[in-house]
Design a protein around this ligand. Structure first.
Ligand SMILES: *[C@@H]1O[C@H](CO)[C@@H](O)[C@H](O)[C@H]1NC(C)=O
Ligand SMILES: *[C@@H]1O[C@H](CO)[C@@H](O)[C@H](O)[C@H]1NC(C)=O
Ligand SMILES: *[C@@H]1O[C@H](CO)[C@@H](O)[C@H](O)[C@H]1NC(C)=O
Ligand SMILES: *[C@@H]1O[C@H](CO)[C@@H](O)[C@H](O)[C@H]1NC(C)=O
Ligand SMILES: *[C@@H]1O[C@H](CO)[C@@H](O)[C@H](O)[C@H]1NC(C)=O
Length: 443
């Protein structure tokens, strides 16, 4: 089914051969000029990443919730999610989700100056982050290479198409990365936002291509009682069998849908099912049964997949796996920080127990749903993300947080990602998956 609308890549290549030759010559000329410019000895220092990954962990300190280092690799191998990748391998493909971060001296393809879509809390460089080595890594899957995101190829394939990103602020982060990558070729305009700027839509008029962020952190109907700082005056009420109509009502408009749950499912919640309270997570009211976090999450994913398999519209759907945070020495509300400056090596850190619990639910529900005639694709960013404690804004979510007071206590963000940063890789993975399926082509 995949790719039936588009010409296979090889056909397009043939048509474009003469163009490619011209491009090649042009690239040589440009490349040589760049060489002349950049071989200038006065060029700013690129931090050296050649020393490799795996910043030494201080003796006697253990990352909070870190499985002991000796057993980390073993427990990774036994993660329930490994089935996800093993099924991928059975299809004879390279497992793009397992690998290592390797040195990338050429650095990111856009900068904080060239992209205007980077929002202030993600613009770590402008906010005064002093170290820059986190920019000089690329994801190297075991057994193959992950090409750079190809903005031309992507936009060409997206003529008359539309994407919806359904979820929470991690997708806001992800979309910013996609807009930055694409705006090297063509800059979209915002054509819609809600009052809170949480749901927004951008439009590439040259390509008649639409990208929408649909704010639906729980995916299902919910009532929340919190202010802008996340201070809650009451528990969340979550209706695990009722879809959030904000996305469901417009689902049929989109050719590509990407969704995920996230940290919102860790909140204190009263759980409703079939119009009755069936339980609670973390509630003070002891007369309501504690159901944990995996039950509501599983039910919500089932509700979503049920809708996707029973509704007539069949977009290509990506499910993005759980996003790990890297708070150490505390949690987000208790002074936790993320001050590492290098990626972990693949064996070095494996996430927190809660990550594994949620990821297990996700992968079980994913593979159940994938057998039900949905055009479902796994975007398993968990493992490559867990290896990047250095990619978060930390204190640099705010503008020059230590300007006044070098020892100021500032709340850290160890969940979202700096831009440019590791989250750019997520778009490279999407591109690779769609290219492998013949949906789109590298130019
Ligand atoms: C994982 O894969 C094995 C072999 O394909 C299968 O027997 C097992 O049931 C799978 N586990 C899950 C959780 O899907
Ligand atoms: C980009 O980052 C540099 C610091 O590396 C900063 O001086 C500059 O103001 C930033 N520009 C923008 C537009 O954020
Ligand atoms: C833009 O794309 C939509 C489908 O997403 C199509 O219905 C519409 O006709 C297109 N508009 C133009 C001007 O091509
Ligand atoms: C606790 O939950 C029960 C059952 O839903 C409800 O009747 C009672 O009013 C709740 N108590 C408080 C203090 O909220
Ligand atoms: C990171 O922060 C912790 C807690 O504030 C501190 O003990 C540690 O020395 C810091 N590490 C680095 C490399 O700055």
């Amino acid at each position: 089914m995949a790719g039936e609308e588009g010409k296979p890549c090889s056909v397009r290549m043939k048509n474009g051969r003469r163009f490619l030759l011209v491009l090649f010559v042009a690239a040589l000329v440009i490349g040589f000029s760049l060489y002349l410019i950049y071989s200038n000895p006065h060029r700013a220092d690129v931090p050296s990443c050649s020393a490799g990954i795996g910043e030494a962990l201080p003796e006697n300190t253990r990352v909070q919730g870190d499985p002991s280092l000796e057993s980390a690799s073993a427990s990774y191998i036994q993660l329930p999610g490994m089935n996800a990748t093993s099924e991928y391998l059975l299809q004879g493909k390279c497992d793009i989700f397992s690998g290592n971060w390797i040195c990338n001296p050429s650095g990111p393809v856009y900068t904080n100056n060239s992209c205007k879509f980077i929002e202030a809390p993600q613009n770590c460089l402008r906010n005064g982050r002093p170290d820059a080595m986190y920019l000089y890594w690329r994801w190297k899957p075991n057994g193959c290479d992950l090409p750079q995101f190809d903005s031309f190829g992507f936009l060409n394939a997206m003529k008359d198409k539309s994407w919806a990103f359904i979820g929470d602020s991690i997708f806001r982060n992800h979309i910013q990365s996609m807009l930055c990558l694409l705006s090297k070729v063509y800059e979209p305009v915002e054509i819609y936002h809600d009052e809170t700027f949480k749901s927004r839509t951008w439009y590439f008029s040259n390509h008649n291509f639409t990208v929408a962020m649909i704010w639906a952190p729980f995916l299902v109907k919910s009532e929340t009682f919190e202010d802008d700082d996340g201070k809650a005056s009451s528990e969340v009420h979550l209706y695990i069998d009722v879809l959030d109509n904000k996305w469901a009502a417009q689902y049929s408009k989109y050719d590509y849908v990407i969704f995920s749950g996230g940290q919102w499912f860790l909140k204190t919640m009263v759980i409703w099912e079939d119009n009755t309270i069936v339980g609670c997570h973390n509630c003070k009211n002891s007369s309501i049964k504690e159901v944990g976090i995996d039950y509501p999450y599983r039910k919500v994913l089932q509700t979503v997949y049920h809708f996707m398999s029973s509704t007539e519209h069949k977009p290509i759907i990506f499910f993005r796996t759980w996003t790990p945070d890297h708070f150490e020495y505390g949690e987000w509300f208790s002074g936790g920080v993320c001050n590492r400056t290098r990626p972990y090596a693949a064996w070095q850190y494996n996430g927190k127990p809660v990550d594994h619990e949620m990821r297990k639910v996700e992968l079980q529900e994913f593979w159940t749903a994938a057998r039900r005639g949905i055009r479902l694709r796994l975007l398993d960013t968990f493992f490559l993300s867990v290896l990047r404690p250095d990619g978060h804004p930390g204190p640099y979510r705010t503008f020059h947080p230590f300007e006044q007071d070098k020892t100021a206590k500032v709340q850290n963000d160890c969940l979202h990602w700096c831009l440019p940063g590791p989250i750019d890789t997520w778009n490279e993975l999407i591109m690779k998956i769609l290219v492998d399926e013949g949906e789109i082509c590298y130019t």
